[in-house]
Design a protein around this ligand. Sequence first.
Ligand SMILES: Nc1ncnc2c1ncn2[C@@H]1O[C@H](COP(=O)(O)OP(=O)(O)OP(=O)(O)O)[C@@H](O)[C@H]1O
Ligand SMILES: [Mg+2]
Length: 256
Amino acid sequence: MANGAKIVVDHASKLFLEGTVVAFRNIELNVRSNELLCIVGPSGCGKTTLLRCIGGLLTPSSGQVLIDGEPIRSPRAGVAIVFQHFGLLPWKTVVDNVAFGLKIARLPREGVAERVNHYVQLVGLTGFENHYPYQLSGGMQQRVGLARALAIDPEILLMDEPFASVDAQTREVLQEELLQLHDRERKTMIFITHSIDEAIILGDRVAVMASRPGRVKEVLQVDFPRPRDPAGVRAQPRYTEIRNHIWEELRPTVIM
Ligand SMILES: Nc1ncnc2c1ncn2[C@@H]1O[C@H](COP(=O)(O)OP(=O)(O)OP(=O)(O)O)[C@@H](O)[C@H]1O
Ligand SMILES: [Mg+2]
């Protein structure tokens, strides 16, 4: 089963508050090397908790997570997380927040400024280098989080709704950037989103989660060739087919 998989979630469950809250139960999920796996699912189905277990910030209550065959019990070098709620340091500026990521990753100090500037520019924050998080909009803060994760050039990139607070146009630009980055650098990525469209545009596969208990209901193959052009993908009948299928899976869990 686990042959060739970069990340293996092996019958993992996570319970909180002495077992009274089940974040997710008995999840089995593999992510191949260089794969971009998207996860969709209703609020509270355990997506963030699962990502934190993969990132080594939490440990499953039972079962395990393996990266390159090794059980993960703490954060590992080469794995970067873009947090749902930004995770920025409020007392540091944009560039210092991005540089801080490099420092924690213990990357050499040479070239740090260039690298930081490159990624700040990539996410469209030129001109805001010396702003503090409270001086930025939610979408801009999210982009700082993304720049910080990209700057350490991780092998594995775990992203928790990284584009949720950006406006629609910026979101499309960032989706294209992410597609290009994935084509160029072939990193292994997990991307959580509430947008079915985004999951299909970006993912090689889409894992659909359900709640009570949190679990993976289905994993769909999204077989559009890369490099992908989002508009071209949306124009295909297969796109609509996958979209409708996921929507039917999620519909019972949606709170209108
Ligand atoms: N530290 C914690 N202590 C207790 N319960 C927790 C904790 N973290 C998460 N939970 C519970 O675990 C469940 C899953 O939470 P999680 O944040 O993983 O959901 P999610 O799928 O990311 O939701 P959203 O889409 O709203 O971000 C929820 O019922 C939540 O209340
Ligand atoms: Mg979440």
